[in-house]
Design a protein around this ligand. Structure first.
Ligand code: SAM
Length: 464
């Protein structure tokens, strides 16, 4: 839910204890483990990241047991001062929420090309996770109704680099025009945020039974639209960062009553994740005293019926006209508001249907922007996995130079001309344009880092 208009001051939020009404509500779920939960919520949050398997960097760190690319870090480093974060080599994500991976595997969603929708997607933790898990032939529609959050979502998806994503900004009610459209809908619902009390003092301060009721009402509407947009045989993944049954099982029981089938996840008991079944709805809860992560709830529900195989259609390949794309016949291109986007051509029929029904933010990966009569490569093209690295000269940056670049500074040069790609540790970052004795900076202003100083440790990558 949106934050209350009158935020408590930081100091008040930090000293507040778990509300008594919440302790009472947790009693039936946890019994005498409530005290252990309270203790865990008073200890520091673990720090975890999820590596981008297609940008291949490694570090010595403990694995998150339920996520192949999840890693715990012993201390919280200065992430913004690590150029590889900006290069999309990893995403800073809370470990419990990586449980999504187990549901994707258990529901067989990796085994075929699917049309997927992440309905409440910003800032993009689960969208980028899905992009790492689903086949490259799948298409992910990442939707976020909040304008400002949608821009952060786009930034994170483009840094991840997959070309099989589009970004929309619709209210879930727009899905009325898309009945039975998607093979997977993820609803990571706005919620009362109990599971985030440790990380976010404001979540603790704004909690109330009235907030739980208001969230439950919003979730009911979102889930109904999501369910209607799901194809027969499709999967609804529903998650929140709260333990409230009213915001979790109660949202799913009506769907079970309509024939929805709860999917059991084969989780290792040593992981400490708690499963409950209420009226046929199976849910999985992470509690900070049982797992190394924050509070989280996840459930998977199949709609009755059989998935229909997706037809393959192939349209225009922009590769020849756009030499910096290495899409090898698999992508089409579309122009919207002075940007050229690449999208997987096999989904071009769906692109038209989706474009008519949803509020389109980005129909694919922007790879070129109009500059007068010409087209220049877009920032997202540098970060894209489809970038053809042989087309532009490269300027390799050390850490200090990369931080200067990410801060928006021009870089000194001897005889710089044309467009070049800047890289750090071999990973593409962005563009510069030559102006003789300097490279002008083309890193997007909204993505700039604000300070190059921090006393926090650095991320220690293997081999660095
Ligand atoms: N899935 C995201 C991730 O993993 O990074 C986090 C999603 S956050 C829990 C919930 C999101 O739902 C917020 O970005 C919020 O703006 C959005 N939201 C709020 N109200 C919504 C609504 N009625 N329909 C869809 N999304 C909504």
């Amino acid at each position: 839910m949106g934050r209350s208009a009158h935020r408590p001051r930081r100091q008040e939020a930090r000293t507040s204890v778990l509300p008594a009404t919440l302790l009472e509500r947790l009693g039936p779920l946890l019994g005498d483990e409530v005290r252990a939960l309270e203790l865990a919520l008073s200890s520091p949050s673990p720090t975890s990241i999820r590596l981008n398997p297609r940008k291949r960097f490694a570090l010595h760190a403990a694995p998150v047991p339920w996520c192949a690319n999840g890693r715990y870090l012993d201390e919280r480093p200065a992430f913004t001062l690590d150029p590889l974060l900006h290069a999309g080599a990893y995403y800073v994500q809370e470990a419990s929420s990586m449980l999504l991976e187990q549901a994707v595997i258990a529901c067989g969603l990796r085994d075929r090309d699917i049309l997927a929708l992440d309905l409440c997607a910003a800032p993009g933790g689960k969208s980028t996770h899905l992009l790492s898990l689903l086949s490259e032939g799948s298409l992910l529609v990442a939707n976020e109704p909040d304008h400002a959050r949608r821009h952060i979502l786009a930034e994170n998806i483009w840094k991840h680099g997959a070309v099989n994503a589009m970004i929309t900004g619709s209210d879930p009610s727009d899905l009325r025009a898309l009945p039975a459209m998607f093979d997977l809908v993820l609803v990571d619902a706005p919620c009362s945020g109990e599971g985030m009390f440790r990380k976010d003092p404001f979540a603790r301060a704004q909690w109330s039974p009235a907030l739980v009721a208001a969230c439950a009402a919003t979730q009911r509407s979102i889930v109904q639209h999501a369910w209607n947009a799901l194809a027969p045989g499709g999967t609804l993944l529903y998650s929140t960062c709260t333990w409230e049954p009213a915001e979790n099982e109660a949202q799913l029981i009506p769907l079970v009553a309509e024939g929805g089938i709860s999917v059991e996840l084969p989780l290792d008991p040593s992981w400490g994740i708690v499963s409950d079944e209420v009226d046929g709805a199976i849910g999985y809860r992470c509690y900070p005293h049982r797992v190394r992560g924050e509070g989280f709830f996840l459930s998977a529900l199949k709609k009755p019926g059989d998935l229909v195989a997706r037809m393959k259609t192939v349209e225009e390949d922009p590769g020849a006209a756009w030499p910096w794309l290495s899409t090898a016949g698999s992508c089409g291109s579309v122009e919207l508001r002075d940007l050229r986007y690449a999208f997987p051509s096999r989904w071009s029929a769906q692109l038209r249907t989706l474009g008519n029904a949803l509020r389109m933010h980005a129909p694919g990966t922007p790879f070129a922007e109009r500059k007068g009569e010409a087209w220049a490569p877009h920032a997202a093209a540098a970060l894209s996995l489809a970038l053809e690295r042989t087309v532009f000269p490269e300027v390799q940056l050390d850490l200090a130079q990369a931080l200067a670049y990410l801060s928006g500074e021009a870089l000194p040069a001897s005889a710089a001309a044309g467009t070049a790609l800047v890289t750090h540790k071999g990973s593409a970052l962005g563009w510069v344009h030559g102006a003789g004795r300097r490279w002008n900076n083309r890193w997007p202003a909204p993505w700039r880092i604000r300070s190059q100083r921090s006393s926090a440790p650095r991320v220690s990558w293997q081999g660095s």
